[in-house]
Design a protein around this ligand. Sequence first.
Ligand code: GLU
Length: 510
Amino acid sequence: MQPVRTRIAPSPTGEPHVGTAYVSLFNYCFAKQQGGEFILRIEDTDQQRSTASSEAKILQSLHWLGIHWDEGPDQNGKYGPYRQSERRDIYQQHAQQLIEQGHAFYCFRSPEELEKLRQQRREQGLNPGFKLENPELPELEVKKRLSEGHPYVIRMKVPEHGVCQFTDLLRGTVEIDWAQVDMQVLLKADGMPTYHLANVVDDHLMRITHVIRGEEWINSTPKHQLLYEYFGWELPVFCHLPLLRNPDKSKLSKRKNPTSILFYQRMGYLPEALLNYLGRMGWSFPDEREKFSLEEMVRHFNINRISLGGPIFDIEKLKWLNSVYIREDLSLTDFTAWLQEWAFNEPYLTQIAQLIQNRIEVLSDVTNQAAFFFTGLPELAPNNFEHKKLKIEDTGKILQFSLWALESIETWSKQNISVILTNLAKVLELKMKELMFPIFIAISGNAVAPPIMDSMVILGPEMSRARLQHALTILKIPSKKQTKKWQNEFEYLKQLLTKSIPITISNHTK
Ligand code: GLU
């Protein structure tokens, strides 16, 4: 029998997400329980959005949690490379093979033409699945256009009618109408594959036996299954895990709960506690105990015990579990070592000391100036944000726009924070002092604090952003309507924020 091989396949396009840790954990436990292997593959086919720093943070966070893989971009392995951007030729060959076998075709239509076709389908009330009538050009025409260097993509053929059935380990038979399924692009105009082609080709070549992933991929599975059939490959077992949810049952989102693993690290959660908590998302230990180690989870893991009701990621419960670990599992020496590692270490203290040395009279003043470097989310009330010129809506807008602007910073430095916020003040037609007021309160929770941009650098991006989000939650801003309006406005302003040149303000921004 083939050994069990599972994988996690993150796209390195942002912060390491707790959802990635959750799916990794279940893949890891499933494989290890059966003496199999767990692989990490980086899916960086979106060249525009993928970054090396995001990849590094994902790898570090998973290792920090104690999840280790047998093969991956930082390990040796028989089936590498484990980064899709290094496997381009493999996907091109496979796309060619599908063309030769008549399962895929060259598509030379321009984005404008395609948009028009989509529009027509919408107007005719047709299914959202995107299909082209007469998709293929005559062979000679294709040859001519290729030799003339016309841009093209390669699309897969998909049945027009009927029902696709596939088996999901937790759900049994799932049915999706083919009418809803796109003639998916497999190879993009830049020669890179889309997720669908790369994912299927790699899962096959890397001998993955069980594809265990988030529920959001269910609708893609018909295309994947069809690709396996086109290639004549044996299907893996598909298993879609329920999505993590906020306490109000909505899909876990950073507006309602911080989602970056680095935030939880920065808050002082212990990796064992966070991992244990994630293990309880939809799964329960056979004797229902709440506290268990990774090793115990592996030993007792049974994928059929996963319940499909959306598991709630509740920070209060996580906090409670973390307190149990602190009380029960740490000796005094361990506990002290954790405190040191967390924030009472020399590099961290040195950064703070540099900032406050000229601002205190006696050493005990340190707490007035710097306590907020050692807290989580500050205690705030709406009246902390009262200001003689700024109305509460202005304050909310500043906080929301700053948060969105800061999310675009790739390298967290004072220089980059300063350029973004200075430009934001300009486009919002505010004095820098006015823009910084609510940010100052949100970050430090206080009217007195050392320079706030330096402080944000020290606190790091996750904690800084979480504090801005927390302030917005306290202010109960923005409403749904405001969010829509502000998103549109911000979309327009965004391009202006990263340039360090004076900005001319158009009426549009007012
Ligand atoms: N790259 C996909 C992601 O970011 C992987 C999905 C899958 O596991 O198939 O989640």
